[in-house]
Design a binder for this molecule. Structure first.
Ligand code: SF4
Length: 437
């Protein structure tokens, strides 16, 4: 989502007369778009700001001004504290207010530091005009489209409901206009994104609300769009019509990122996830029944407060029961202001590290097994760029694996049927069998 937001902020800056600089040393405007999910996010931002202050000073001595903006979820969480700790910053803007960037930049002419971390009542997206064609064309053949923001789930470990606010879904018509605009600029694949994307309920233009399944169908029908993906989903919002969309829509990638977080019912309850391992496995089974070639990825947290060895074994059991194509696993780290940060039973770091190593080894084993099982299969690959070797092109499989093949550069931007002939550690090698579109 931050990639998408950064692109939109670049579009806004372009409308204000800015163009992309080669690097921060040449930039009159620097926007640091921040994420609060990873450990020590704020410290990393302040450390980066220290370097940017030094750069700003160097440029100032050369008679150049530099406007420094901090955007994103750390900006939302820290607010005016950023100005207090780093006075070189000119603007602090939260993820729900960045459409106001032009006004905020003008304010810096008369004020020494501007903070906007409101959740404004106006619709941010309606203020963001359809992207400039030149900016879109730079984005290549695959693009993100934010369809939903915020979250009402309040998982005990997560800052998103505090930094991104309540769930909001963009209207269908506005999203499809953006998808058409992207397709007209050469984009062939869109990933519909939201913090809790399958909770999407966007105005359908007839007084009703459309589900994500309806939105996916409309996006897939946009001329030029060959493949649709969506992320990230909550198990409780895997509705019947979304599962049916995997059965009925061939252009919906057979790949689902469905975070489980843990396999222990006790831990899941403490996490306020509102599902247990059996519910999760039931969804996996139903989705597989709808589309036999579907593969899954997930996120896991190990060492959540109160997690015992038995709880961790249940996580391993869940992973073995599903068999993932790819997954992410992290040690629990407390986020200030979230309930889990204050919970009793914080797990020792050594225990967390040991559990993480075991889980990551299992997930890696599954990833390698999945890649090996791809050999001999035929996939539709969307080619994105030239490879490092002469005559080589690189694309993505439906399962997000990098696929290398011999072929002309005219394949870039096209979907082609590729037979996989070899699986290496991080990629696949294939032979182009036919160009699909
Ligand atoms: S559903 Fe996802 S975004 Fe929402 S609170 Fe839980 S982890 Fe955070």
């Amino acid at each position: 989502m931050n990639v998408y937001d950064s692109q939109r902020m670049a579009d806004i800056a372009a409308q204000e007369g800015y163009e992309e600089a080669a690097g921060p040393e040449n930039a009159d405007l620097i926007v640091l778009n921040t994420c609060h999910i990873r450990e020590k996010a704020s410290e990393k931002v302040f450390s980066e700001l220290g370097k940017l202050r030094a750069l700003k000073n160097v440029r100032q001595r050369a008679g150049k001004t530099t406007t420094l903006v901090v955007a994103g979820c750390v900006a939302q969480a820290e607010g005016a504290e950023i100005l207090r700790r780093q006075p070189a910053v000119d603007v602090v803007v939260g993820p729900q207010s960045y459409h106001r960037l032009p006004e905020l930049l003008r304010w810096t002419q008369v004020s020494s530091g501007v903070v906007d971390t409101d959740f404004p009542p106006e619709d941010k997206f309606s203020r963001l005009s359809a992207s400039a064609p030149a900016a879109i064309a730079r984005r290549g053949v695959s693009a993100f489209v934010t369809v939903q923001e915020g979250c009402d789930k309040f998982c005990s470990f997560c800052v998103v409901p505090y930094t991104r606010g309540a769930e909001y879904s963009r209207p269908v018509g506005e999203i499809i206009e953006e998808v058409r605009c992207l397709a007209a600029a050469g984009v062939r694949e869109v990933t519909l994104i939201g913090q809790n994307v399958n909770a999407y309920r966007g105005a359908d233009g007839t007084g009703g609300a459309a589900s994500l399944a309806v939105l996916i169908e409309a996006a897939a029908a946009a001329p030029g769009i060959a493949r649709v993906r969506y992320a990230t989903s909550h198990p409780n919002d895997m509705s019947e019509d979304l599962i049916a969309a995997h059965r009925d829509l061939r252009s919906l990638a057979p790949y689902l990122h469905l975070p489980a977080q843990s396999g222990s019912g006790r831990v899941l309850e403490s996490m306020n996830r509102r599902h247990n391992a059996a519910d999760y496995l039931n969804i996996i089974q139903k989705t597989r029944a709808a589309r036999s070639d579907i593969a899954f990825s997930s996120d896991f947290i190990v060492g959540y407060p109160g997690e015992t060895d038995e709880d961790f074994q249940e996580t391993l059991n869940l992973v073995r029961a599903v068999g993932y194509a790819s997954s992410y696993a992290f040690k629990f780290s407390p986020r200030p202001g979230t309930p889990a940060a204050e919970m009793k039973g914080q797990v020792e770091d050594g225990v967390k590290a040991a559990r993480l190593a075991v889980l990551q080894a299992l997930l890696e084993e599954q990833r390698q097994a999945f890649n090996r099982a791809c050999v001999g299969r035929r996939f539709e690959v969307l080619f994105e760029k030239r490879g490092r070797h002469e005559g080589q092109v690189v694309g993505r499989s439906p399962y997000m694996q990098a696929v290398f093949a011999e072929g002309p550069s005219s394949l870039i931007g096209a979907m082609a049927k590729v037979e996989i002939v070899e699986a290496s550690h991080n990629s696949l090698r294939g032979k182009v069998v036919s160009q699909a579109s």
